[in-house]
Structure formats: structure tokens, C-alpha cells
Design a protein around this ligand. Structure first.
Ligand SMILES: [Mg+2]
Length: 183
């Protein structure tokens, strides 16, 4: 018997959660050192890198996200990918789909402009600008946050658990509790 009912939904973000966007961006950025300059130049460079054909499709899997996915699957959650489609660059939408077919072929995919529209018992996401609005409309939901520098100090909420690679048992316990409290 699974630990949770199999209609309990667990949503997984891609970039910074299942896919190593930041690592890939840093590597490409370093190749072009000296071009960046000021903040505006760095932003333009980041856009240029992320608009290279194949950038999204070839992102390496991000191990902490896959650790959480393994826990969710073992508990019996119905897992979905929930990722944002960049408004200004439609090829990324197709490449995200290709990435999922390669790395998580059994997961359904929702590409959304607004993650808080999408229902789930659990959301796994690294970006405060996405998981905070989601939690606001799902006060009984649980957010699991793969630890990154940008979410340090952004997890001080009873329904948020930050995963730093060492607290897998805590994450598992919180995911079970999230389903039980909603029954
Ligand atoms: Mg993300």
C-alpha cells in the first residue's frame, strides 16, 4: 500500500529543481568572461545564452530535485512537472517538453505562465516568486524548496520545508503529514 492516496498531486518545477539551469548558465557565462560588464550587460548575456538552440533541452538533471522526486514516487504521489514558459522565447517551451521526455518520461507536464493556478498537495520549487503566491492560494499545501542561495531566508513559513540534501527523512515526513492534514 502506498503511504498517500494515489490522487495526491506533487508538482515539480524544472529549472533549479529537476534541471540544473544555474550550473549550465554559470558554465556558459564563464566561457564569455569579459563580455558581461555591468548589470544590464550581464542580463543581455544571460538572455543570449538561454536563447541558444538546445540550451534548455540539454540542461543536466539536478540531483537534489531527483532525490525529492524519488521520495514522492515511493510515497505514491501522482507527480507532475510544473514549469514556467518564457513569454518571449517560445522554442524553450518545446525544449522543456523534450527535456521531460528524456529525463522524466512518465510525468505529465504543465507549462504555465502562473504557477499558482495549478492545483497540487505539494509543490517542489526553488523560486520564492513562484512558491509564495502558490502557497497563498493553497494554505493547506506544502512547499518543498531545494536549497539555493536565492531562497536562503525565504522559507520561514510553517508550510515550507527547505531541502539541503541532508534532511530527506524530514521532507518525507512533511509530505506524508501534508496529505494527512488535508483528509
Ligand atoms: Mg525553478
Amino acid at each position: 500500500m502506498p503511504d498517500v492516496p494515489n490522487d495526491a498531486i506533487c508538482l515539480f518545477d524544472l529549472d533549479g529543481t529537476l534541471a540544473d539551469y544555474d550550473g549550465a548558465m554559470r558554465r556558459e557565462f564563464d566561457k564569455l568572461t569579459g563580455v558581461g560588464g555591468d548589470a544590464k550587460g550581464r542580463e543581455a548575456l544571460r538572455r543570449l545564452i538561454s536563447h541558444q538552440p538546445g540550451f534548455w533541452r540539454n540542461l543536466p538533471p539536478y540531483k537534489p530535485g531527483f532525490n525529492i522526486l524519488r521520495v514522492a514516487r515511493a510515497l505514491g504521489f501522482e507527480c507532475h512537472v510544473l514549469t514556467k514558459g518564457p513569454r518571449a522565447y517560445s522554442p524553450a517551451w518545446a525544449e522543456k517538453l523534450d527535456w521531460c521526455r528524456t529525463h522524466v518520461p512518465d510525468l505529465n507536464i504543465t507549462i504555465s505562465q502562473k504557477k499558482s493556478l495549478v492545483y497540487g498537495k505539494v509543490l517542489v520549487d526553488d523560486w520564492p516568486g513562484y512558491y509564495k503566491p502558490w502557497l497563498q492560494v493553497r494554505p493547506r499545501g506544502l512547499v518543498v524548496v531545494p536549497a539555493h542561495a536565492w531562497n536562503d531566508g525565504e522559507c520561514d513559513h510553517p508550510n515550507i520545508v527547505r531541502y539541503d540534501g541532508t534532511n530527506t527523512a524530514e521532507v518525507r515526513r512533511r509530505m506524508i503529514a501534508a496529505v494527512e492534514s488535508a483528509r
